[in-house]
Ligand binder design. Structure first.
Ligand code: TRP
Length: 335
């Protein structure tokens, strides 16, 4: 085994195909990281069940969607190991051990969990499974002994909580079998706003552009995109800050000079939203076209895609078995 390269663990809930927010928030980082690290990418189907326990069929279907998205953007199975969370049973064992090391109050204070409970309207009726998902995430990260976790900004509280658990584990069981990790948030944009400009892009908020969206749909979505509500007539000066079209151009258009010119033109007036949006559609299409083509090609042979994932899972299982052996030893569970 190669212990030279740093170990990376990351993943996504398969609750739908991946969108531009995923790309900016983590996929772009993973494409870079896979060149220099040993990267594990987890399809978090068990975590998806914390919100979709009553619709397991949907979660099942989205596993292949997410795998297709990974491969379509250029995740290389020779450099990155893609695996399915539910197939690594050691994760659930480790989660149970970890649960003793966290208080319910601490979980209720986790900012990401707090926001999600609000957004989803769970209130006091939040399930135990949902509330404790950061603990399960701590198990995801620590069972491969990852030191790097590329995440969106909203996931940083999970990293903090993981490290608290890892420290508690090592202290209480007088060991160093688990290692602390560091979250890396992309520089360009920790979070990409959704079409509405109100919140980050998210499938559940209905403000997302998916990597697999067809050109017509992208057009429709961009045309609805939030700009400057006070920019009513073409001749009016418009605002660039908070204008989602410009946020996207900043991220996806490599022609920075052109974007700077468009911004000036918009601010002084005379540049209409429709013209501006048509340009963004072109930029997004240039970016998404090759991804969409590759995805379609891969989708013609889903068995092969599934095989890649199952092989990755097999490799990951070996690591899980080894780590849990060490964990049981220090917990006097090695009967
Ligand atoms: N919470 C992540 C998401 O919602 C998915 C995830 C599960 C994850 N376990 C992880 C991400 C471990 C990074 C590390 O997308």
């Amino acid at each position: 085994m190669n212990h030279q390269k740093p170990i990376v663990l990351t993943g996504d809930r398969p609750t739908g195909p991946l969108h531009l927010g995923h790309y900016v928030g983590s996929l772009a980082n993973r494409l870079l990281l896979q060149q220099t690290t040993k990267q594990y990418i987890m399809i978090a189907d068990v975590q998806a069940l914390t919100t979709h326990f009553d619709d397991p069929k949907k979660v099942h279907e989205h596993v292949i969607d997410v795998a297709l998205d990974y491969l379509a953007v250029g995740i290389d199975p020779n450099n990155s190991t893609i695996f399915i969370q539910s197939m690594i049973h050691e994760l659930f064992e480790l989660t149970v051990y970890f649960l003793n090391l966290v208080t319910v109050n601490r979980l209720k204070r986790n900012p990401t969990v707090k926001t999600e409970i609000q957004q989803k309207g769970y209130g006091e009726n939040v399930s135990a499974g949902f509330l404790m998902y950061p603990v399960s995430q701590a198990a995801d990260i620590s069972f491969v002994k990852a030191t790097i976790v590329p995440v969106g900004e909203d996931q940083l509280p999970m990293i903090e909580q993981t490290n608290e658990i890892v420290r508690a584990f090592n202290r209480i069981y007088n060991t160093n079998v688990l290692v602390e990790c560091k979250g890396i948030v992309p520089e360009i944009a920790g979070r990409l706003p959704g079409l509405d400009g109100k919140a980050k892009m998210s499938k559940s908020l209905g403000n997302a552009i998916f990597l697999s969206d067809e050109p017509d749909l992208i057009k429709e979505k961009v045309m609805k995109m939030y700009t400057d509500p006070n920019h009513i007539h073409v001749k009016d000066p418009g605002k660039v800050e908070g204008n989602v079209v410009f946020t996207y151009l900043d991220v996806f258009d490599s022609d920075k000079k052109k974007v700077a010119e468009l911004k000036q033109h918009y601010q002084r007036g005379g540049l209409g939203d429709v013209v501006l949006k048509k340009y963004l559609i072109e930029v997004l299409e240039n970016f998404l076209h090759p991804i969409r083509q590759r995805r379609k090609q891969l989708a013609q042979n889903k068995d092969e895609v599934m095989n890649i994932v199952l092989q990755g899972t097999e490799r990951t299982r070996e690591i899980a078995a080894q780590t849990l052996k060490e964990v049981r030893e220090v917990m006097f569970l090695d009967y």
